[in-house]
Design a protein around this ligand. Structure first.
Ligand code: GLP
Length: 240
């Protein structure tokens, strides 16, 4: 694990976006996965800026979703799909066929899992994945005590995740399940970027980097990964 501590959220976002831009410049047909949630918002801003300035070319890339709240679609503010489309896909020149996203409203969630698994396996593996960290160390919706041998799957949400979820939505929503790429798929990615900012993430950052490597804290499972870059701001790194 390579740890990169930046002064603040803005610097962290810019550096992580630069890393992504350099990766895509070297591998134009990158299969890229970026988490939803609050943390990547700054990265989206920089990537959109770079795309509009012609500094990054997404035309040969493919994009796949990391996770989604079961029961929520794009029309719900705070769903992963709404976040990714409104802050990224709709703002860059990209065609719909380049994107494969979980439909949280689908009748058959198992089919959604297989759809996304196939999109990834048709490409080979994920190239670059950008991951936030939940307050309990979850990765995507791979909650504490996650099985490691999973591809896309449906997950019962941890109480911490349900509690934190209210920050994303306009009204309280009774979300019980998530759909997520599994740890097997994620850990097979060529390169992983982890991102965390703010003091509220400082404890989980310590557990991720310095704690016991355990599936109770899914993010700690990345400790021995050589091709993983952990971008932090000084606040999130303040307890290391
Ligand atoms: C959410 C999502 C993750 C996200 C993580 C951190 O619940 N399932 O994909 O990366 O938790 O979210 P945030 O960036 O809002 O702190």
């Amino acid at each position: 694990m390579n740890i990169i501590i930046n002064k603040d959220y803005e610097a962290m976002s810019e550096k992580a976006a630069d890393f992504i831009a350099e990766y895509i410049a070297k591998k134009p047909d990158t299969l890229l996965c970026i988490a939803g949630g609050e943390t990547p918002m700054g990265i989206f801003r920089y990537l959109v800026k770079y795309a509009n300035e012609g500094k990054i070319d997404f035309s040969s890339c493919k994009f796949v979703s990391l996770d989604e709240w079961v029961g929520l679609g794009r029309e719900t503010r705070g769903s992963c799909k709404e976040t990714l489309y409104n802050n990224f896909f709709d703002l860059i020149p990209v065609k719909e066929e380049q994107i494969c996203f979980f439909d949280g409203l689908a009748d058959n969630m198992e089919n959604e899992c297989r759809k996304v698994d196939k999109f990834i396996s048709d490409h080979g593996n994920l190239d670059l994945i950008v991951l936030g960290i939940g307050m309990n160390g979850h990765i995507g919706f791979n909650e504490p005590n996650v099985p490691l041998d999973t591809e896309c799957h449906i997950v019962g949400l941890d109480p911490v995740t349900k509690e934190v979820s209210v920050k994303y939505f306009d009204t309280a929503l009774d979300v019980k399940q998530g759909i997520s790429l599994g740890m097997k798929t994620i850990t097979r990615a060529d390169t992983i970027l982890l991102i965390a900012d703010d003091f509220r993430k400082a404890d989980i950052v310590v557990k991720t980097i310095e704690g016991e490597k355990t599936s109770e804290v899914p993010s700690s499972l990345f400790q021995d990964f050589p091709k993983l870059w952990f971008f932090l701001d000084e606040a999130a790194a303040s307890k290391l």
